[in-house]
Design a protein around this ligand. Structure first.
Ligand code: FMN
Length: 423
């Protein structure tokens, strides 16, 4: 049985939410040591050495991002924990938040020490009402113990954590949209550069990291970068949370070594397909990444391997579809989401997501032709790499991959109108 690090709570009978239980289990030992004995640069060096790559979707090296922070600006430095978790098919961060909140807080404390942050925010999606309550309670407990506040662990350092609830919009997960939203504005992503590490929230140097990324930091500093690198591929190692949903017997969040094969995740951990059904397609990293066919699942689920296979690890939200799935209807549903969630700031995204959905509705309802398939692809192509943030790409990529990999099904759908006309 694989050791559960991030989902350690599952191995215990005691509830890790109350701070005393977390402390009794060895919690906050590392944060205390870091604040009282370890220089910030040493923590940054350890995270760099570990090759930790961000778990929010892009897989950017965490230690490297931290070194981009603008130095000596005279402005405060902020740490923002991205707990928006709004990518369809993604539900891994909430497993940490709702069951082991102090693990996240400890990872954030260590990270805040490393980057010189005094005020850190957890931006949590509005729908996570329970998660926000759990976090607020955990933060209050940490203040009572003196682990947060004016004199963290008696080190003389000051650190404050704040929970900020979003109002439930996908774009608030994009880091600069999140920053705008935190500032009280509409979550319109910013043009980069400047990147948040130079000009972030309130115009100050800011690091934005995902929940799972920050939780990993605790363990890297506790057990060492060599331990972290011993799990999975050296270029992006560590324990990894995979969320599996869809037509499997045993959907859920599984902690496995980075690089576990997609076949193993589906067939062993998620229990395989529902009775009497066979696999048709898999979206490996949340609804915004290119789809894979059933014959493409013998791949390692790490950033580089999935990219080599023509898709993306993304948020590792694995959506499994069996042979009963109507791919046109499935894509129509996905397109509806991105149309609804486009912030409207950039024309290719605002207009393109609408056109994608409109054509897919027509296809699904038997009102489209082969010409419309060409239009669908042209619109999607025009949405790639042309906007301020990649929501546009996120909407276009599934469309292009569904069209390419399930072309016959789309042609059949387009043929329905021709067939009806002939009859
Ligand atoms: C449209 C959009 C939505 C996103 N949603 C999330 C999200 O819900 N959670 C998240 O951690 N990152 C999300 N990201 C990625 C963030 O912009 C950012 O890369 C991430 O928070 C950085 O953290 P990491 O380096 O730890 O991965 C999203 C990106 C885009 C373009």
């Amino acid at each position: 049985m694989q050791e559960q690090v991030l989902l350690h709570y599952r191995d215990l009978t005691v509830d890790l939410k109350p701070i005393d239980n977390y402390i009794a289990d060895g919690g906050y030992r590392t944060a205390r040591r870091v604040f009282t004995e370890v220089a910030p640069e040493t923590v940054v060096a350890m995270v760099k050495e570990s090759n930790l790559r961000g778990r929010g979707g892009a897989g950017f090296p965490t230690g490297l991002k931290w070194t981009f922070l603008a130095k000596n600006t005279g402005k405060p430095i902020y740490l923002l924990c991205n707990a928006d978790e709004s990518e369809p098919g993604t539900f891994k961060d909430r497993a940490i938040i709702e069951n082991d909140p102090h693990q996240l807080l400890e990872g954030m404390m260590i990270s805040a020490h490393a980057i010189g942050c005094v005020n850190a925010y957890i931006y949590i999606r509005g729908e996570f009402v329970y998660g926000a309550e759990v976090l607020k309670r955990a933060i209050a407990e940490a203040y009572e113990k003196g682990f947060l506040g004016a004199n963290v662990f008696g080190s003389g350092r000051e650190l404050h954590f704040h929970v900020h609830r979003g109002a439930g919009a996908y774009i608030c997960g994009e880091e600069t949209g999140l920053i705008e939203s935190l500032e009280g504005k509409r979550a319109h992503p910013r043009i980069k550069p400047p990147f948040p590490a130079v000009y972030g929230v309130f115009g100050c140097p800011t690091i934005v990291n995902n929940v799972e990324t920050l939780a990993c930091v605790r363990h890297i500093v506790e057990r060492g970068p060599a331990w972290f690198k011993s799990i999975g591929p050296e270029s992006g190692p560590g324990p990894k949370l995979y969320g599996v949903s869809g037509h499997v017997r045993n959907p859920g969040v599984f902690e496995l070594p980075m690089g576990t094969s997609l076949r193993e995740i589906i067939e062993v951990h998620a229990g395989g397909m529902r009775e009497g059904r066979t696999l048709k397609a898999v979206i490996p990293g949340g609804s915004s990444v290119p789809v894979l066919r059933a014959d493409e699942i013998d791949i390692a689920m790490d950033f580089d391997s999935v990219a080599k296979a023509g898709s993306m690890l993304g948020s590792a939200g694995i959506i499994v579809m069996d042979d009963s799935t109507d791919m046109v209807a499935a894509l129509r549903r996905i397109a509806h989401f991105y149309h609804h969630e486009s912030c409207g700031q950039c024309t290719p995204c605002r207009e393109g997501t609408g056109w994608l959905e409109k054509i897919l509705i027509a296809l699904d309802e038997g009102r489209a032709t082969e010409d419309d398939l060409g239009k669908l692809d042209t619109v999607a192509k025009g949405m790639l790499g042309t906007t301020i943030c990649v929501l546009s790409d996120a909407a276009a990529m599934p469309v292009r991959s569904f069209l390419e990999k399930f072309s016959e099904e789309f042609r059949t759908a387009a043929g329905r109108r021709a067939g009806a006309a002939a009859a």
